[in-house]
Design a protein around this ligand. Structure first.
Ligand code: BES
Ligand code: MN
Ligand code: ZN
Length: 503
C-alpha cells in the first residue's frame, strides 16, 4: 500500500476516489469540512442536520458528489466531542474507517483524519498509529487459499502546518516497520511441514542476498556438536528435521564495530511437547512457537530497510520439538555449552534449553545488549493475558529503554521481577546444577527467565515472553501478530538517535 503526505489543495480538475473527513458532535466541523461546506453552499451541514448526524465515534455518513467538489465519494467519520480525542479512541476510529473503506471497495483516499488534535499523541505518532492499524487490518495470509481480493491502493495524508519532515519520517518508519511485520507474519503463519528450521535458515540466507550489509552464517547440527551445544541438540533429537541456528549480521555502523546489539529469537517450528506430550486440544497453535524467530527476522528486515546506522546481530534458534525413540526424556541430565548441568523434568520446557546454549554462544559477539524474544511460557499468558508481553531483565537501563519504546509504540510489555531467591530455589536439582522446569506451578514465566539468567551473567540482557502476544484469535481463527517488532524497531531507532523525539 502506498502512503503519501501532501499539502492538499483542491481544484475542479482533481479527480479523487474518496475523501475521508472528521465531523464532531453537535455539528462541529473540522477546518477542512468547514471549507468544503462553504464551497458547496452549505450542502454538507444541511445533509448532516437532515440525517441528524450525531458525530459519535463509530458513526459515519457516505455522500456522493458534493456540489462544487471534485471527489466522487465523501466519507464523513464521527469523531466524538471536539478536542477530547485520545490515542485509544483515534485508533478505534481508524480501524472503523478502514472497515468502511473495505466495504465500499474504495481504492484511493485523501485522508483528513490525521488533521485532528489528539490529547496524548503528536502528529508523528498519529501517522505511525494510522499506518499500523491500516496495515494490520488489510493483512491477509492467502498463500494456500486464493481469494479474489480488492486492494486499498493509496492513501494521501494532508500536511498541516510546516510539518513536512514529521509526516515523511513517520511514513518512512511506519512503512519499513510494517514491511518487517508483514514478512514475519508470512513466515509465522506457515505450517510446520513447510516452515521448519532449515526453512528459517534459507530465509536468513535470502535476506543477506537482498541487502548487501546483511551477512548470514548458518550453524548446523555438526557445528553445534563441535561446540557442545548439548541442550539445544537434545531438544531436536526426536525430530527428523535437523536444528539450524541462523546468524543474521546487519552491519551498518562502519565507524564502531565493537559492540553489536544481539536479538535472539526462539524458533521452535513445532512444539509437540516431546515425551512430555502436550494435550491435542489447540496443539496446532504450536506452529507459532517460532514467532520469536520471526520477530527477529522482521526486525532485521525493517532496520535494513530503514538503513539504521547500527550493528545488530539477529540470531534465529531454529529447532523442532518432537518425539520418537531418539527423543530426550524427563530425567535425562544434559551438560550445556556453558558447562552447567541440567536435569530434564519436562521436555515441554524446551525453549529455555535451546536458548541457554544460544545465549552462551553469543558471548563471542561481545554484545552491548542481548534481547531474547520467545513464546516461552503459558504461565506468562496466565499472568499478563494476551495483549501484554512479559519483560524480564538484568539491566535497569536496558529494560527502561524497552519500556519507553513499548509505551511509544503501544506494543505493550510489563516488567516482572527475577531478583528474588525464591524463584531460583524452584530450579534446584538434587543431582544436577539446575532443573529445566520447576515443580511448583507458580510464577512460571519468571522461573523460566531465571533459568535463562543463569546463562546471561556476562552481559546486559532482557527477555521478552511473547507466548500471549505473538499470535491472536480473530473470529475463532488464530494468526500471527508480528509483535513485538514495532517495539524492537522503536528501541533501535531510539538507540540510534538517542533522543526522546524520534526525529
Ligand atoms: N511453547 C510453549 C509455551 C506456550 C504455551 C506458548 C502456550 C504459547 C502458548 C513452551 O515451550 C512450553 O511448553 N512451556 C511450558 C513450560 C512448562 C513445562 C514449565 C508451559 O508453559 O506449560
Ligand atoms: Mn514446550
Ligand atoms: Zn515451546
Amino acid at each position: 500500500m502506498k502512503y503519501i503526505a501532501e499539502r492538499i489543495t483542491f481544484s475542479k480538475k482533481t479527480s479523487i476516489d474518496c475523501i475521508v473527513v472528521p465531523v464532531f458532535a453537535e455539528f462541529k466541523l473540522s477546518a477542512i469540512v468547514k471549507k468544503i461546506n462553504i464551497l458547496s453552499n452549505n450542502y454538507i451541514l444541511e445533509i448532516l442536520k437532515k440525517n441528524n448526524f450525531k458525530g459519535k465515534i463509530k458513526q459515519s455518513l457516505l455522500l456522493y458528489q458534493v456540489p462544487n467538489f471534485p471527489s466522487k465519494k465523501f466519507l464523513i467519520i464521527g469523531c466524538g466531542i471536539k478536542d477530547t480525542l485520545n490515542r485509544k479512541q483515534n485508533k478505534l476510529i481508524v480501524n472503523y474507517t478502514i472497515n468502511l473503506l473495505k466495504k465500499y471497495e474504495i481504492q484511493e483516499i485523501i485522508w483528513f483524519l490525521t488533521d485532528l488534535k489528539i490529547k496524548d499523541c503528536n502528529t508523528y505518532w498519529q501517522i505511525r498509529d494510522t499506518i499500523n492499524i491500516i496495515e494490520e487490518n488489510i493483512y491477509i495470509f492467502n498463500k494456500f487459499k486464493k481469494i479474489a481480493l480488492y486492494h486499498l491502493l493509496k492513501i494521501k495524508f494532508n500536511i498541516v502546518k510546516n510539518n513536512e519532515i514529521i509526516y515523511h519520517n513517520a511514513i518512512k518508519h511506519a512503512q519499513a516497520i510494517n514491511l518487517g511485520i508483514e514478512k514475519a507474519k508470512n513466515i509465522a503463519n506457515l505450517p510446520p511441514n513447510i516452515c521448519n528450521p532449515k526453512y528459517l535458515s534459507i530465509k536468513a540466507i535470502n535476506l543477506s542476498k537482498k541487502y548487501n550489509n546483511i551477512f548470514t552464517e548458518i550453524i548446523d547440527e555438526k557445528t553445534m556438536e563441535k561446540m557442545s551445544m548439548n541442550a539445544y541438540l537434545a531438544v531436536s533429537k526426536g525430530s527428523k528435521n535437523k536444528p539450524f541456528m541462523s546468524i543474521l549480521k546487519y552491519m551498518n555502523n562502519i565507524t564502531d564495530k565493537s559492540q553489536p546489539i544481539v536479538l535472539l529469537g526462539k524458533g521452535v517450528t513445532f512444539d509437540s511437547g516431546g515425551i512430555s506430550l502436550k494435550p491435542s486440544k489447540n496443539m496446532e497453535d504450536m506452529k507459532y512457537d517460532m514467532c520469536g524467530a520471526a520477530a527477529v527476522y522482521g526486525t532485521i528486515y525493517a532496520i535494513a530497510k530503514l538503513k539504521l546506522p547500527l550493528n545488530v546481530i539477529g540470531v534465529i534458534a531454529g529447532c523442532e520439538n518432537m518425539l520418537d525413540s531418539n527423543s530426550f526424556r524427563p530425567s535425562d541430565i544434559i551438560k550445556t555449552m556453558s558447562g552447567t548441568t541440567v536435569e530434564i523434568i519436562n521436555t515441554d520446557a524446551e525453549g529455555r534449553l535451546i536458548l541457554c546454549d544460544t545465549l552462551t554462544y553469543i558471548k563471542k559477539f561481545n554484545p552491548r545488549y542481548v534481547i531474547d524474544i520467545a513464546t516461552l511460557t503459558g504461565a506468562c499468558i496466565v499472568a499478563l493475558g494476551d495483549n501484554i508481553s512479559g519483560l524480564m531483565s538484568n539491566d535497569k537501563k536496558l529494560s527502561d529503554y524497552l519500556i519507553q519504546a513499548s509505551l511509544e509504540t503501544d506494543d505493550r510489555v510489563w516488567k516482572l521481577p527475577i531478583d528474588d531467591k525464591s524463584y531460583y530455589d524452584q530450579l534446584k536439582s538434587n543431582i544436577a546444577d539446575l532443573t529445566n522446569s520447576s515443580n511448583s506451578n507458580s510464577g512460571g514465566a519468571i522461573t523460566a527467565a531465571c533459568f535463562l539468567s543463569k546463562f546471561t551473567k556476562l552481559y546486559k540482557w532482557a527477555h521478552i515472553d511473547i507466548a500471549g502476544t505473538a499470535s491472536k484469535y480473530v473470529e475463532q481463527k488464530i494468526s500471527a501478530t508480528g509483535r513485538p517488532i514495532n517495539m524492537l524497531c522503536q528501541f533501535l531507532i531510539n538507540i540510534t538517535y538517542n533522543s526522546n523525539n524520534k526525529l
